[in-house]
Design a binder for this molecule. Structure first.
Ligand code: ADP
Length: 745
């Protein structure tokens, strides 16, 4: 039993044989030390409170004060050397002093089996050696010191003193008087430390590049992940990589492509989750591995069924329907025959898009539409390189991915409205995509590997053939879809549009007469196609159903007529002729008016003519002056193109201008039911022009019964249904004299 002063150290642990330095700030502690130094052996008892409490433990360590220095900051630096564990019998305050004292007695240390001690000592030293070998910051000399330790008590305390344990753990060791127990705990703890070191090494290996201060969190996460790995939990990335590998395994790809994709997967494995590159590679693999490299829809090749299916959705359009049947027929003979590249040309609303959808459906292929109107950047079609931020595949590959098969029908809409500029020539790019020779190995910039597009059925659309880039035009099979005549529109309405509307609305047929449908067409719509017609019919039907109308009166339902029935002049007068023009709405009849007035040979042209129209006027006039002795002395001529508000151009009105001036000079009117199209040369030749088919249909719809066209345009008539030509007399002429003779007979 012995009385001794007590020093309470909160965050420091002292073990027997260990020397520590402490800086004491509190006056009481300093006084205790100073008082202790005055005694013979300068001893103090060092204890630590238990856990978070102020309770003091039953075990403490007696320490000798080796030295003490007063520091300028008023604290006292003390060198302590731990001597031995003791049992504390009692803590008490001596007299009225705040300082704590204790009554201590020696620990009764347990006795151990000698062999057991040797065995555990060996084991401890071996484990310690492993630990020192693998932890660079601990010096080898410690091992030498440990080997010379005389007892298990000394050895265990020595090891505990330099291991990087936290204070609570060290305290546990300090308060454990059983050296054998301490030795066993040490074996366990050193082994876990060893594991941690190994993990850290693994992590360091992978993240050794560029670890910055702010990556602490990242480092911790890595540690966590590694620990999860050790526990058998797989990271999301690893699972993804496994899935990617399994997918790649199943794909039927060229060896080179497979190798490259396998490399990408390996690359992803090595990228940490926090790195943005990871998601770039992941997205890439996700797209490329899920492309339909060999998935395709089974094509329907039953010709009868096909025809039935196409007829079910669309009236007429025989040329395109036949072309599709022909294609399937050829494919049956030669499965390798290249797919045609069809381009449907025609004004809006004539069924280009919807027939393409119907073709896809009938063939049992997927359908997708890509619009290229206004497109000026080729990379929209072929993708951007992965090195660019936000890179993505082009529209073609995106479509293929979306369909999930490699043989869809792809509709490329508005090829006549692509723009060639500094960003490239989309037409040239499109050609590479369409060309059966090149598209077998189409390389999207993003995908980087060749994809076979030769199974895709491409259908293009355009409004105006002459606006299709010439390089592209050469390779296309043009199929014209014309404006519909009133007769055709009535049929489309009765057989297709109306039944569709009834089905959609879930109602029974409504009594609409042909006459009423005609009224809707002529007085409430103005279009080449039937899009407006469909819209107006829907409106009528909604009204009839909702207002429960029994007697249908179109005017009552739709209000005042929006368009007048195109009427021809009943009482024509000299100097006026009908010219034909081609507009995006289809062919129309326009008038050329001429008058002469006293003057000096001046020519006035009005009605917003363009340059080539003005030239047509001079050519026609000079031809008439030289060949028909028209004399302009003392006279001015005014030529006006109706309607006055629409700009006009294009060399196709020469014949109509010449005949109007002739009519003026002969003072003989031209019948209003006659119309003209064709350019005139200085020699009076009538030259070939464009859009003749549309013009003829426009003329028929307006009530024209005779039309003069250039002889060279006669082939255009073949594609107009015979039925429509019943009411019109189309005369092909080579020379102005033929028109002159016929008209002024
Ligand atoms: P486009 O692509 O030529 O502008 P759409 O294919 O969009 O025209 O056709 C517009 C609408 O007209 C669609 O509802 C379509 O079903 C209908 N339509 C066009 N032509 C026909 C036709 N020949 N038979 C039946 N419906 C037609």
């Amino acid at each position: 039993m012995q009385e001794i002063s007590v020093i309470i150290l909160k965050n420091l642990v002292i073990l027997p044989n260990q020397e520590i330095k402490v800086e004491l700030k509190s006056e009481i502690s300093q006084k205790i030390i100073k008082d202790a130094c005055k005694t013979d052996n300068s001893l103090v008892l060092v204890v630590a409170p238990i856990g978070e409490t102020t309770d003091l433990p039953k075990i403490g360590v007696v320490a000798a004060i080796k030295s003490k220095i007063e520091l300028p900051n008023k604290s006292l630096r003390v060198n302590l050397k731990g001597l031995q564990r003791v049992v504390v019998n009692k803590y008490f305050n001596k007299g009225n002093e705040e300082a704590l004292s204790a009554i201590i007695s020696e620990c009764r240390l347990p006795k151990f089996n000698e062999l057991e001690v040797i065995a555990i000592r060996r084991k401890l030293l071996e484990t310690l050696k492993n630990y020192i070998d693998s932890s660079p910051e601990i010096s080898n000399s410690i091992l030498v010191g440990a080997q010379t330790a005389t007892s298990l008590e000394v050895l265990t305390d020595m090891i505990t003193s330099f291991l990087p344990f936290d204070t609570p753990k060290k305290l546990e060791y300090m308060q454990n008087i059983n050296a054998m127990n301490r030795a066993n705990s040490l074996l366990k703890d050193i082994n876990s430390e060893l594991e941690i070191i190994k993990l850290e090494e693994k992590i360091n290996e992978r993240v050794s590049i560029n670890i910055e201060d702010n990556q602490k969190e990242f480092l911790l996460r890595e540690k966590l992940k590694e620990i999860r790995n050790e526990l058998g939990d797989k990271s999301v990335r690893e699972e993804d990589c496994e899935k990617f590998r399994a997918t790649l395994e199943k794909l039927d790809l060229p060896e080179k492509t497979k190798e490259k994709l396998a490399n990408e997967i390996t690359k992803l494995e090595g990228i940490s989750d926090a790195s943005p590159e990871g998601s770039v590679v992941r997205n890439y693999l996700d797209l490329v591995l899920n492309l339909p490299w060999s998935e395709s829809s089974e094509e329907n090749t039953d010709l009868k069924e096909l025809k039935k299916s196409l007829d079910k959705t669309h009236y007429g359009l025989d040329e395109i329907k036949e072309r599709v049947l022909e294609y399937v027929g050829i494919k049956k003979i030669n499965a390798k025959a290249a797919n045609p590249i069809i381009c449907l040309v025609g004004p809006p609303g004539v069924g280009k898009t919807s027939i393409a959808t119907s073709i896809a459906k009938s063939l049992n292929r997927e359908f997708i539409k890509i619009s290229v109107g206004g497109l000026n950047d080729s990379t929209e079609l072929t993708g951007s390189r992965r090195t660019y931020l936000g890179a993505s595949p082009g529209k073609i590959i995106q479509s293929i991915k979306k369909c999930g098969v490699n043989n869809p029908v792809i509709l490329i809409d508005e090829v006549d409205k692509m723009v060639k500029d500094y960003k490239g020539d989309p037409a040239a790019t499109l050609l590479e995509i369409l060309d059966p020779v090149q598209n077998k190995a189409f390389v999207d910039n993003y995908v980087e590997e060749p994809f076979d597009l030769s199974n895709v059925f491409f259908i293009l659309t355009a409004n105006i053939e002459s606006d299709i880039p010439i390089t592209l035009l050469d390779r296309l099979e043009i199929i014209n879809l014309n404006s519909y005549t009133g007769y055709e529109k009535v049929n489309i309405a009765k057989k297709y549009l109306l039944p569709n509307i009834y089905r959609e609305y879930g109602i029974k047929k409504i009594d609409l007469t042909d006459k009423q449908i005609e009224t809707i067409i002529t007085n409430y719509t103005y279009e080449s196609g039937v899009r407006d017609l469909d819209r107006v019919l829907r409106k009528v039907i909604r009204k009839v159903i909702l207002d429960d109308i029994k007697e249908i009166d179109i005017k009552e339902i739709l209000g005042e007529e929006k368009y007048e029935t195109a009427k021809l002049e009943q009482n024509p007068y000299p100097g006026v002729s009908n010219a034909l023009a081609y507009t995006p709405m289809g062919g129309i009849v326009t008038k050329v008016e001429t008058v002469k007035l006293p003057g000096s040979g001046k020519i006035t042209i009005t009605g917003m003519p363009g340059k080539s129209l003005e030239e047509s006027v001079s050519v026609a006039l000079d031809f008439l002056k030289t060949n028909y002795s028209i004399n302009l002395n003392n006279q001015d001529i005014h030529i006006h193109f109706l309607d006055a508000t629409t700009p006009k151009d294009g060399p196709s009105a020469g014949a109509a201008i010449a005949i109007a001036i002739m009519s003026l000079y002969l003072d003989k009117p031209i019948p209003a039911s006659v119309a003209f199209t064709g350019e005139i040369s200085l020699k009076g030749n009538i030259l070939k022009v464009g859009g003749v088919k549309e013009k003829i249909i426009g003329a028929i719809n307006t009530g024209v019964t005779t039309i003069y066209i250039p002889k060279d345009n006669e082939t255009d008539i073949q594609s107009i249904p015979k039925k429509m030509l019943k009411n019109i007399n189309v005369i092909g002429v080579k020379d102005y004299s033929e028109i002159y003779k016929e008209v002024f007979r």
